[in-house]
Design a protein. Structure first.
Ligand SMILES: Cc1ncc(C[n+]2csc(CCOP(=O)(O)OP(=O)(O)O)c2C)c(N)n1
Ligand SMILES: [Mg+2]
Lengths: 163, 585
């Protein structure tokens, strides 16, 4: 099962490499990883997605907790949560496909953020599966380049991950 | 009244303030400012080793014997990488050591400078934590944190990588050693959950076929007295892991011996048939469980450990208790006592009597023979077991015994009966050949007047024998018992059992040195023993008062064909064992 783990990490040199190293060392896989400083500049927030059954995820979260620089973490997929990913897609847009792409972008509530005679660059935000669905909808053949940020997420309601 | 000091002086001053007695180290370019600081003080004694790996094992042996952290100092590059095996050894067995490595100056990091290695990166998978010092001013706090992290919670090695510019004598900063340190991201448990302990106690007192299984965590967590009282109060059988020997007195009636791959028949059978297992500071290593799918099918598992990640990692625990073993066992004892007062019918004495009868039957059928020495041998051949029994006799069972890795290690674990914790010192988790001698040295430094023996094999011994020179320099009177089978015996045993007797690169009889001359050339005493009749007299000689201040090396020529039994049958349950050549359960 796919899991989204959000981590508050000391914003220190080398902290990220310990997280990534842990996954490599223990044969866990990382599907996506995003990290950036938070409003509290001593902390980074990291969101990673991985896969595994309950016991594997339990081990992963326990091992993460053992890292000295991990301050707090939560498995967002254990409860209701919001998940978002941002994607930039550059597509070949010529002739009739130009309008068609534009319509699909509107349906997915995306934005065209850069235009040339032959290309569109589209920005799209949403859960990862929505981004996947968009790529399928416009068709892979016209896709020139894709950049995705990886998942970021938060628990719904008054569940809060902070100090 | 904060003093101004250079980073090098601060580092050594911080070690003083931390109460460090010894630093085991080896100098080099990046560490020279630090070495100069060592030269200009007296309180911390530096021990000059002959190889950085040995320095880490010495610090490790010191830590295992005393419970206090061991300290290592090495230079950058090759000095640092040589230390890695010892760091990994300490990591696998959760031993608190602090390793200070010199590093190239900050402005050269990343340039492939002379003797530059990314020590923080190279050591990352085998440390509890590591620091790269950025400037001199942060050295006191970094040292304080390093010792705190190494020794608290589940202990482990911590690396402090020190770029040369941060120890420059020309740059000073105010020195103040922090009294305490707290880390918002690191808060090891200080006690167990009372409700969980109650659940565990309820299960314990009602068990009909209980076994207490304890590991290195009980030794390191200083919980042996508590555990021993609890076991006696309940009349439960106890088994120890390879790392846990001495956690429960081995000469006690309730002790079943070691469990696992080379564990006793009675310990492994009792585990398999148990209806309750109380695991204390043990981690269900694959060398214990054999096939986890077939592990103890009827047992309720209660697991006490300081590290939550050890719980339910391999074997799901029915009743997990996270906490320091000593505090948890204290609370457990209180609860057991008050429960037994209220319920005089508990524990179930009839069931326990039956259980003990069964265990005694196992013990009688295939238990280890601790009287081999008295029985002699055909052709006066020395079995490795004889040598360990003779050592036990010559030292009254009171020595600190370190070991290496191989058959000799298992024979030592099986036949030397450890009655107290911290006496048996071996590399259980990583299985590092070359550990024994330097570990013994660390122990001898900690306890200059104690009897310290190293049970080794000629293969393992040759992996760190250069330290005989260090032993000479510091007059360490270690007694080395070399169970010389002229082979990588444990490898050869596996080849006998699993590879049709094809001894691929596991023998070297013709190429072995004359060990007696070898040790003599380092200024020590060597005795070669070839007949059983000579074994006990030689042991007596080695441990005689005359040789109290001398290193004596006993080169015991043992039967090269001997195998270690019992031995778990791979893929089976704990009760599936080879009992002798060609004989299985
Ligand atoms: C550094 C290292 N290399 C290889 C091994 C694999 N190994 C385990 S036991 C063993 C043989 C040990 O020989 P010796 O020290 O003579 O002990 P014996 O088994 O003969 O008693 C080997 C090679 C190891 N444990 N450690
Ligand atoms: Mg050998």
């Amino acid at each position: 099962m796919r899991r989204i783990i959000a981590i508050l990490l000391e914003n220190e040199a080398g902290a990220l490499s310990r997280i990534v190293g842990l996954f490599a060392q223990r044969n866990y896989n990382i599907e996506s990883l995003t990290v950036a400083p938070t409003d509290d500049e001593t902390l980074s927030r990291l969101t990673l997605t991985t896969r595994g059954d309950d016991s594997k995820i339990e081990q992963i979260t326990k091992q993460l907790h053992k890292l000295i620089e991990v301050v707090k973490l939560v498995d967002l997929t254990e409860g209701d949560h919001v998940e978002r990913e941002l994607m930039l897609v550059k597509v070949r847009a010529e002739g009739a496909t130009r309008d068609e792409v534009k319509r699909t972008v509107d349906i997915f509530r995306g934005q065209i953020v850069d235009v040339t005679n032959t290309t569109y660059t589209i920005q799209l935000t949403g859960p990862s599966d929505k981004l996947d669905a968009f790529i399928r909808a416009i068709g892979r053949t016209i896709v020139l380049e894709v950049a995705r940020t990886g998942v970021s997420g938060m628990g719904r309601g008054d569940k809060i991950l902070s100090l | 009244m904060t003093e101004m000091m250079s980073g090098g002086d601060m580092l050594i001053r911080a070690l003083q303030d931390e109460g460090v007695e010894y630093v085991f180290g080896y100098p080099g370019g990046s560490a020279l400012h630090i070495y100069d600081a060592i030269f200009r003080q007296q309180r911390v004694e530096h021990i000059l080793v002959r190889h950085e790996q040995a320095a880490t094992h010495m610090a490790d042996g010191y830590a295992r014997a005393t419970g206090r952290p061991g300290v290592v100092l090495v230079t950058s590059g090759p000095g640092a990488t040589n230390a890695i095996t010892g760091i990994a050894t300490a990591y696998m067995d959760s031993i608190p050591i602090v390793v200070i490595s010199g590093q190239v100056p900050n402005d050269l990091i990343g340039t492939d400078a002379f003797q530059e290695t990314d020590m923080v990166g190279v050591s990352r998978p085998v440390v509890k934590h590591s620091f790269l010092v950025k400037n001199a001013a942060e050295i006191p706090l970094v040292v304080k944190k390093a010792f705190y992290i190494a020794t608290s919670g589940r202990p482990g090695p911590v690396v402090i990588d020190v770029p040369k510019d941060t120890t420059d004598p020309a740059i000073t900063a105010p020195y103040e050693y922090p009294r305490s340190v707290s880390l918002r991201s690191y808060n090891p448990a200080t006690r167990g959950h009372t409700g969980q302990i109650r659940r565990a106690v309820d299960a314990l007192v009602r068990a009909k076929r209980p076994v207490i299984y304890t590991g290195g965590g009980l030794v390191q967590g200083e919980g042996s007295d508590q555990l021993t009282r609890l076991a006696r109060r309940l009349d439960f059988p106890v088994t120890n892991t390879l790392m846990g020997l001495g956690g429960y007195p081995a000469t006690d009636r309730q002790f079943l011996g070691m469990l696992g791959m080379h564990g006793t028949f009675e310990a492994n059978n009792a585990m398999h048939a148990a209806d309750l297992i109380l695991a204390v500071g043990a981690r269900f290593d694959d060398r214990v469980t054999n096939n986890p799918a077939k592990f103890c099918p009827q047992a309720t598992v209660v697991h006490i450990d300081i590290d939550p990640a050890s719980i339910s990692k391999i074997i799901p625990a029915h009743i997990p208790i996270v906490g320091p073993v000593r505090a948890v066992l204290d609370e457990m004892e209180t609860q057991v006592n008050s429960l037994l007062e209220k319920h005089p019918e508990l524990p179930d004495r009839d069931a326990l009597a039956k259980w003990w009868a069964q265990i005694e039957q196992w013990r009688d059928a295939h238990g280890l023979d601790h009287d081999l020495l008295a029985k002699g041998s055909a052709g006066d051949v020395i079995l490795p077991q004889h040598a360990v029994q003779a050592l036990y006799k010559a030292t009254d069972g009171n020595a600190y015994v370190t070991s290496d890795v191989g058959q000799h290690q298992m024979f030592a674990a099986q036949y030397y009966k450890f009655d107290s914790p911290r006496r048996w010192i071996n590399s259980g988790g990583l299985g590092t050949m070359g550990f024994g001698l330097p570990a013994a040295m660390g122990v001898q430094f900690a306890f200059p007047n104690a009897t310290v023996a190293c049970v080794t094999g000629e293969g393992s011994f040759m992996m760190n024998m250069q330290e005989l020179s260090t032993c000479q320099q510091y007059a360490l009177p270690i007694k080395i018992v070399n169970l010389n089978n002229a082979a990588l015996g444990m490898v050869k045993q596996w080849q006998d059992m699993q590879y049709g007797g094809r001894h691929s690169h596991s023998t070297y009889r013709e190429a072995l040195p004359n060990f007696v001359k070898l040790v003599e050339s380092f200024g020590h005493i060597g005795i070669k023993i070839e007949r059983l009749a000579d074994l006990e007299p030689a042991m007596k000689e080695a441990f005689s008062d005359k040789n109290r201040r001398r290193l004596v090396f006993l080169d015991v020529q043992v039967d090269p064909d001997e195998h270690v039994y019992p031995m778990a049958i791979r893929g089976g349950s704990m009760r599936d064992m080879f009992l002798a050549k060609g004989e299985t359960t």
